[in-house]
Design a protein around this ligand. Structure first.
Ligand code: LLP
Length: 381
């Protein structure tokens, strides 16, 4: 059960997100401690959650920022991340976004196509600058995760495919305003089977061998993010197993002398620290089920509707006999459902409901559909 004071939660208007900053700090401490064992550099994947108090904690432990839009780069800089700890990825960077990042002298552009390299070179040249570039390579490794969050297969839009690399190297020789500093990979998100990362290491080693055979030395290897969290047991597994994760890369990645290894973790750092708190508006008896209708919906947390993803649902205020409920939101869409046949203690109007493990890809994916207000964020420490 959620380890926060119900009395405290009852003081806030629902729906709202609550963040447990204590748990967040413990999580970041563990992650940074395990990464430091191997001198790995972590960049927080800002797309998971861009709230300033969360970003402050990330910066405080020395993480850089992994951004996927000009506004994320701006948000990182405004929240005090040093520009030389900011990386910028994404298949569709606009000219304005690239120009802004060039002006900030960010650490690295993770480039995803030949065409992007040509445009980046032009824009850097116009400013008389040299842009540091890592090639995002599509390693064709299956992450065994939901198809919408798999990114490292040849059928995905992300990255440069292996067979394009000889042409890309030739192209780079004709682009004087770019400096190739490394390789970037990201195979997907919510990966719980660590063998996918082992397969990634094998592929990265092969790519490194190939680049060396072409007399290209790389100072940086960025293996992306993707470490999953336990949505089923947030209390038993509040902190992901960073020890096994980082030690696997240490064991299987063939790091060259003077090479820096980078990670881009999002979900694993912040998911368990966030909970969506909602109130029950109505109980409705269906034919074969009860509906518990909440004041939060897919506009606050879209993951169940979009990916059929599981979030643990708890009634924080009832101790009555158990029953089954379809827990739904108020939005005019049948997919606006947080869970079907969820076993809860007898649930009544006014009960406080916690939807767990919502700190990552929760608030950031909120929408104003149905002209909904934005849910507030509350921070407890
Ligand atoms: N690096 C790159 C290039 C990425 O595309 C992503 C996530 C990350 C790092 C961070 O991955 P993480 O460590 O958080 O798994 N909205 C979806 C997840 C989309 C992930 C997109 N890219 C969800 O709610 O499950």
């Amino acid at each position: 059960m959620l380890n926060l004071s119900v009395q405290e939660l009852q003081q806030h208007a629902t729906p709202f997100y609550v963040y447990d900053l204590n748990l967040l700090r413990q999580t970041l401490q563990q992650a940074s401690q395990e990464a430091a064992k191997y001198n790995f550099q972590v960049h927080y994947a800002m797309k998971a959650n861009t709230n300033s108090p969360i970003l402050n904690e990330m910066r405080a432990v020395g993480f850089g920022a992994d951004c996927v839009s000009g506004n994320e780069v701006k948000c990182a800089i405004e929240n005090g991340f040093p520009a030389d700890h900011v990386v910028f990825a994404g298949v569709g960077k606009s000219d304005a976004e690239i120009n802004y990042a060039l002006d900030q002298n960010i650490f690295c552009f993770n480039c995803e196509s030949s065409h992007e390299l040509i445009v980046l070179n032009e824009l850097a040249e116009a400013k008389g600058k040299t842009a540091r570039v890592a090639l995002r390579i599509n390693p064709n490794v299956n992450a065994n995760t939901h198809k919408y969050i798999t990114t490292g297969l040849e059928e995905n839009k992300f990255g440069i495919n292996a067979w394009e690399l000889p042409d890309v190297l030739t192209l780079l020789k004709s682009l004087p305003s770019l400096s190739l500093i490394g390789l970037h990979f990201h195979i997907g998100s919510q990966i719980t089977d660590l063998s996918a990362f082992r397969n990634l290491c094998t592929r990265v080693n092969e790519f490194q061998d190939w680049f060396e055979s072409q007399q290209v030395q790389l100072e940086h290897i960025n293996v992306g993010g993707g470490l999953g969290v336990d949505y089923y047991s947030p209390d038993e597994q509040p902190i992901p197993d960073f020890e096994s994760y980082f030690s696997l890369f240490n064991q299987f990645l063939e790091v060259r002398p003077n090479q820096q290894v980078h990670f881009e973790l999002g979900r694993a750092l912040v998911a368990q620290s966030g909970t969506l708190i909602s109130k029950v508006l109505y109980i409705k008896k269906g034919v074969s089920t009860n509906f518990a209708i909440l004041d939060a919906g897919m506009t606050e947390l879209i993951r169940p509707a979009l990916y059929q993803s599981y979030h643990k649902i708890e009634n924080l205020t009832s101790k009555g006999p158990e029953d089954k409920y379809d827990v739904v939101g108020p939005i005019c869409e049948s997919s606006d459902c947080f869970g079907k046949a969820v076993v809860l203690p007898e649930t009544n109007r006014g009960d406080l409901i916690a939807i767990r493990t919502a700190g990552a890809y929760g608030e950031v994916m909120a929408s104003a559909y149905n002209l909904r207000d934005k849910a507030a964020a509350v921070y407890l420490s």
